[in-house]
Structures are given as C-alpha cells and as structure tokens.
Design a protein around this ligand. Sequence first.
Ligand code: DLZ
Length: 168
Amino acid sequence: MASKQHNLSEYNPSQVPNGNGMRIGIAVSEWNSQITESLLQGAITTLQANGVQPNDICVYHVPGSFELIYSCSQLVKEPVDAVIAIGCVIRGDTPHFDYICEGTTYGLSRLNATQDIPVIYGLITTNSYEQALDRCGGKLGNKGDECAVTALKMIRFRQQFLKKDTQK
Ligand code: DLZ
C-alpha cells in the first residue's frame, strides 16, 4: 500500500525468500509506457537483487492493461513459478477507466482463484499522470519492487503446500 506510512519500495530483505532457481513471467502493458517500463525495471531489479537469475525472468509486452488478463492466463500455463501483471490506467474523461480497471482486476482475481500459479497485481490506477509517476519510482516508491517481493513470497507460500503433498 502506498501511503504516508509505507513506501512501495521498502521491504525487509531478511523476510524475502531467495529467488535463485525461481522462474518469473512478467506481462507488461504498452499503454502509458513511461510508467509501465519504470515498473518493469523496478520488478526486474528487485527480483535480481533477491537472487532470481536474469534468464529466469521472461518479459512479454501486450497492447493495454485489458490484455493482461489473456496474457497472464497463458503465462500461468508455462513453466513459471509466478506471474507479474504490470499496467497503468489513468482516469480520463470517458468510462473506459472504470471498465478497464474493473475488467482487468476481475480477470486477474479470477486467475488467482482458479489457477495454481500466483498472479501478482501490478496495475496502477490513478486519477492523474503525476500520481502514477509517484508510484513508479517517485516519492511513493516503485510498485514494481513491491510486485517482485510479493511474487517471491507467494512462491514460498505455494512451496509449503507442494512439500506437504510430496510428504503424503
Ligand atoms: C482504451 C484504453 C484507455 C482509454 N485507457 C487505457 C489506460 O489508461 N491504460 C491501459 O493500460 N490501457 C488503456 N486502454 C487500452 C485497453 O487496455 C485495451 O488495450 C483496449 O481496450 C483494447 O482491448
């Protein structure tokens, strides 16, 4: 959460699992690309800072945030341990904002509820371009960093259950 209390880039490294051997798929929207590319760089830097090998990070670009649903639904079928969805929707003067935010959020939520691989929500939804800049490396940190940390923690979460299955 980005707030006065919490910066999106702050995390406790001792609580982040080592990502060596973990494979991450990332889908990135081309809309508002200045923002989404900064989010992507944040995610990649933080994944690598926590042990993920560069060859284990697979990045795919899609036209807009709405296409994150389809692309992530395909990525979860690939040999990856987690998928990060990166997009940025800025409120304009059409209802598109609400449709895209709701549709994308619902689509990604459904993937999390129905598929085995965690899908991390890296969609920034803001009223203004400035607010988006604040969240992609500006005064509120970088949501890409937060997504990377979340991906590693969710992979560890899942591994706990995989271990239990093999012990049966
Ligand atoms: C159409 C549209 C609009 C108006 N705004 C955004 C936006 O702010 N952020 C974004 O990622 N995508 C936007 N799009 C494009 C849609 O996500 C989608 O790519 C198109 O509707 C085609 O399916």
